[in-house]
Every structure is written in C-alpha cells, then in structure tokens.
Design a protein around this ligand. Structure first.
Ligand code: SF4
Length: 283
C-alpha cells in the first residue's frame, strides 16, 4: 500500500516528533495496535514518517486480544499490517476476565495496566527500544480533566516518558492530532477499523468527560482550547500550596499565634484549639 498523508497531518506528526524528540535514527518502535481507528492511524502515520522522513527506524505492531466474548478479528488486523509492511504479532490474554473480576464497576485502570504490561513485555523480549501508543490530543485533554475530577490531581499523560525499570521509552506521536481529523482520514482508507469488543464502550468515565467537554464547547468554543492551554506547564499560574502535615500545621499555628500566646504554653494552646474543633489536617 502506498502511504501518503495530507500535509497538515504530516506537519502535526513531525511537530510532535521534533518538539518532544520522539524518534531517532536506528529506533525499533513497537506500536500497541488495538485495531481501532486511532492505533490504525498511528501505524499508518509512522509508516509515512518512515517512508518520507530523513532517518531510518524500524516498526512492528502487537495486538493484545483482551479475551472478550467476541475475539479480535485477527485476519483483518494481520492484513492491514501486511499491506503497510509492518510485522504483526498477536498476544492472546484473559485480561478482560481479570479486570472485570477485580473491579466490576470500573475495570478500565486494571485493564489498561495489564494491556500496557503485555505490550511492554513484548517490546523487551523482541528487542524494541520504544513503544508507541495512539493517544491523541482529545485523549490528553480528557485525561487532564478526568484526573482533576476523579483523582484530585492536575496531570495528564506525557508525549514521551522513560520507563526506568525496563529501559523502554513510551512515545505518543499523535498528541497534536484531533480525534475528528483522525477519523476523517481513516474514513478515506479502504480499511474498516475493528470495533471495540468491550461491553463498556461508550459508558466509561472517559466518555462522560468527553461528552461534558463537547457540551461545554458547544456553548463556548474556547472551553476545549482553554483546557488544552491549561495542560501546559506554564498554564499553572495560581494553585494552593500542598496540604500541610499535622506537624507543619502545628508549627504554623505556633508561629502565627505566638504574639497572642505569651501567657499560655504554645502546645497547650494548640491542644485547646484542637479540642475546640480546629482541624490541623483538613482532608
Ligand atoms: S473500556 Fe473496556 S477495553 Fe477499554 S480500558 Fe475499559 S475495560 Fe478495557
């Protein structure tokens, strides 16, 4: 298959590769290939960079069958990789059983953890130095909001991260591409991405957050771009300091209240204050 992408797509791929130093001469990159539109596009996009870029790197794809009732359409995935001239590997697992057994109402974190572990393990065994994942710009923004809503953390995934234990580098070359643009391009290919086998498709926290952002963006077109801007390190302008420990709070109390406590022992005052309901460690 001849691989070509419109200029605006190539520019966004190279932008990510250059800004975050995702690829280098001689890399061996294993793509986590679910068979959905995003990872199918990632394989295609990396083939374009491989074909038309200034340095050479190797590519491979691994599909992790999660073990849902309906198995993956391996032939479809194999054919796509074959047409792209990318070696294909299949790992059959029972991840779905384990993840749903562990946390029926929210199996996604276990499921994603085990799936990543299988991809990483495959990369190590087969001598790849990088693992490419298909998270795009919308995923980054949704993860950013989800982390705040459900984990109380201001964070999202990084375009590139190094795993100290395994020595692998995880890269996300699609971080500058919007989901709608990926879909738009995939609709032009003679390949129908494999639908997800997961019964939770469309019902997860991520889908709720995606719908929320879409709703808010319909009302105010800047909502999405404002969230994206806040994801940058320089977007954090005013945050409260970290929650002090009980000891730090006692120390602060003694320092702040000292002028008024000349007659009373400081720690006794602190105890009095605590007994009166003052909370040194608000959680
Ligand atoms: S939606 Fe389904 S396949 Fe995706 S992470 Fe959650 S449990 Fe796994």
């Amino acid at each position: 298959m001849r691989v070509e992408l419109p200029r605006n797509y190539v520019k966004k791929l190279w932008r990510a590769v250059i800004e975050f130093e995702l690829l280098a001469e001689g890399d061996r990159v294993l793509v986590g290939f679910s068979g959905g539109k995003d990872s199918s596009f990632l394989l295609y996009g990396l083939r374009v960079l491989q074909e038309h870029g200034p340095f050479s790197f190797e590519l491979g794809a691994v599909h992790v069958d999660l073990g849902f009732e309906e198995p993956s359409d391996v032939q479809l995935l194999q054919e796509y990789c074959h047409r792209l001239k990318v070696p294909f590997d299949l790992k059959k697992t029972k991840i779905a059983d384990v993840a749903f057994e562990q946390r029926q109402e929210n199996p996604c974190s276990s499921c994603a953890y085990f799936r990543r572990a299988v991809v990483n393990e495959t990369a190590i065994v087969q001598g790849y130095n990088k693992v490419a994942l298909a998270h795009h710009h919308d995923d980054a923004v949704e993860t950013f909001l989800m982390s705040q809503l459900y984990s109380g953390k201001v964070q999202t995934f990084l375009p590139k991260s190094h795993l100290d234990k395994s020595g692998l580098t995880v890269i996300r070359p699609l971080v500058y591409l919007r989901e709608a643009k990926i879909k738009e391009f995939m609709d032009t290919l003679p390949f129908v991405p494999m639908p997800s086998r997961c019964p939770l498709q469309g019902k997860t926290q991520r889908w709720k957050v995606k719908a929320l952002i879409q709703d808010l963006t319909r009302e105010n077109p800047f909502v999405y771009t404002n969230l994206a801007a806040a994801m940058r390190g320089d977007g954090v302008v005013e945050l409260w300091p970290p929650l002090p420990s009980r000891e730090e709070m006692r120390e602060k109390h003694q320092r702040v209240m000292r002028p008024a406590s000349t007659k009373k022992d400081d720690s006794r005052r602190a105890n009095d204050l605590e007994a009166s309901g003052f909370d040194f460690h608000m959680q």
